[in-house]
Write a protein that binds this ligand. Structure first.
Ligand code: SDX
Length: 441
């Protein structure tokens, strides 16, 4: 039963002769939650929620998602406005600092990003010992945790030092990603340039070489900028929750982000953008038959899922997928590329959205469905798609980690469990351990 007293809402129930009264708390947009902090004390009960489908871990003022209406806002700004009117660096500043930068703040931030874009020369040697086929997500995570060894002040970052710590990571992650690509193709590293802005710098480090200067195409740069904005934050998703949980133990920012990179790598999460393009490639090899893939995805026993479809929160079209689809169309048109993959994607989407299986489960294209086609058109190799997701998501991880660190309500994350193992029991007769007992006979 729920009640309202003194302006507050409560839920009350009795269990095992004990009465329980828990407050209901309300978010900015009217979303509500039962605050269960006193549940165990009042009732002896805990909650059980595999995958934390129904469980909020924090109050957050960073990103608002309405999964039923397909709404996404960073610090109150609709994602559509940000993709249309901002650069990624401005959105990164918005997420981390809570407001869009004024002109002088924007220039100062850009200057800091440039100043911190190099990695220590000793770190170059780390790349030498990875096999060429090393997955760049493994390299990325390893390099980020290695970065922390060069900055011992990380452990005691004051607020002003934290600004440098944050900017340093935002800038260097891009350099590490590009260097890992150069290592994989056996080409010399291309250093960041102070002449270039964030995305231009990344593309130049990726695709310039001693024998060819990469021709920076403003439309390609803009497409990448918009893609990174689309990935910049998304509430308490798996990798962000990982960054928060690791940070809750007191681990430094770089250690927390290194863990978040590993969580993002999973094929059910950020790794899906690589999985989507590999799925398209299989369909093309198989003669373009999308019906077969749709039927396979509907079969429980197949173990196959339609990659880039479905979402824990969105039960309608992911607004990021809609925006990515437009970026994809515009870029392919600009590049004069008719992409077989885009054709497959559109046909898959059309078929699935008319199929009861997908309709009944609220399965729609998510952020990963179109982004891989764009990354490929830019020239990014498939195994780096999730690295691109990480570069985009980094400001969100940082903002969420900082918010958790400043949140007086928070403590070290330590969920409980429902134990279903054996009752207490002891070693057999004679005090021997089972193995000793057998040999003692
Ligand atoms: C990201 O959380 C975030 O915000 C993540 C993210 C972010 O920005 O951080 O948005 C980024 O990770 C996007 C998602 C990328 N992953 C994929 O595209 C992989 C394919 N999608 C699924 O595996 C799945 O949809 C998830 C993992 C995304 C969500 O899974 P849920 O919420 O745990 O849903 P579920 O597994 O309980 O599925 C519910 C039903 C099941 O069928 P029934 O048991 O009810 O019969 O829907 C089915 C599932 O089998 N289902 C799918 C499906 N996704 C769900 N069936 C076929 N193909 C799919 N893609």
């Amino acid at each position: 039963m729920n009640r309202r007293e003194h302006g507050g809402e409560y839920i009350e129930f009795s269990y095992d002769g004990r009465s329980v009264r828990l407050p209901i708390v309300t978010g900015t947009e009217g979303d509500k939650a039962i605050d269960i902090r006193d549940l165990r004390k009042q009732s002896g009960l805990i909650t059980l929620d595999p995958g934390l489908v129904n469980t909020g871990s924090c109050r957050s003022g960073i990103t608002y998602i309405d999964g039923e209406r397909g709404i996404l806002r960073y610090r109150g700004y609709p994602i559509e406005d940000l993709v249309e009117n901002c650069e990624f660096v401005e959105v990164a500043y918005l997420l981390v600092h809570g407001a869009l930068p004024k002109a002088d703040e924007r220039e100062h931030f850009s200057d800091l990003l440039n100043r911190h874009s190099m990695i220590h020369e000793d770190m170059r040697n780390f790349f030498r010992n990875y096999p060429e086929h090393a997955h760049p997500m493994a390299v990325l995570s390893a390099m980020v945790i290695s970065l922390s060894t060069f900055y011992p002040e990380l452990e005691s970052s004051s607020d002003e030092e934290m600004d440098i710590t944050v900017t340093r990571l935002l800038s260097k992650l891009r350099t590490i990603a590009a260097f890992s690509y150069k290592k994989s193709v056996g080409e010399p590293f291309v250093y960041p340039s102070h002449r270039l802005r964030y995305c231009e710098n990344f593309l130049n480090m990726m695709f310039s070489s001693p024998v060819v200067d990469y021709q920076i195409d403003p439309k390609v740069v803009r497409a990448l900028d918009q893609l990174l904005i689309l990935h910049a934050d998304h509430g308490q998703n798996c990798s962000t929750s990982t960054v928060r949980l690791v940070g809750s133990s007191g681990a430094n920012l770089y250690a927390s982000v290194a863990a978040g990179i590993c969580a993002l790598w999973g094929h059910l999460h950020g790794g899906a953008n690589q999985g989507v393009v590999e799925m398209f490639e299989r369909i093309i090899r198989d003669g373009g038959n999308v019906d077969k893939v749709i039927e396979l995805a509907k079969r429980k026993d197949s173990g196959f899922r339609l990659m880039g479809f479905g979402h824990r929160v969105y039960k309608t079209y992911d607004p990021r997928a809609r925006l990515a689809k437009k970026v994809c169309h515009d870029l392919l048109e600009h590049l004069g590329k008719s992409d077989a993959m885009l054709d497959i994607a559109m046909r898959l989407e059309e078929k699935a959205l008319k199929d009861d299986y997908f309709i009944e489960r609220g399965l729609y294209p998510n952020v990963d469905f179109y982004t891989g086609i764009i990354f490929q058109a830019i020239g990014i190799p498939t195994n780096m798609f999730t690295v691109m997701f990480a570069i985009g998501r980094l400001p969100g991880w940082i903002a969420q980690w900082l918010e958790h660190r400043a949140d007086r309500e928070q403590k070290i994350g330590r969920p409980r469990q429902l134990y279903v193992g054996p009752h207490e029991h002891h070693f057999g007769g004679g005090g021997h351990r089972p193995s000793e007992r057998a040999s003692a006979k």
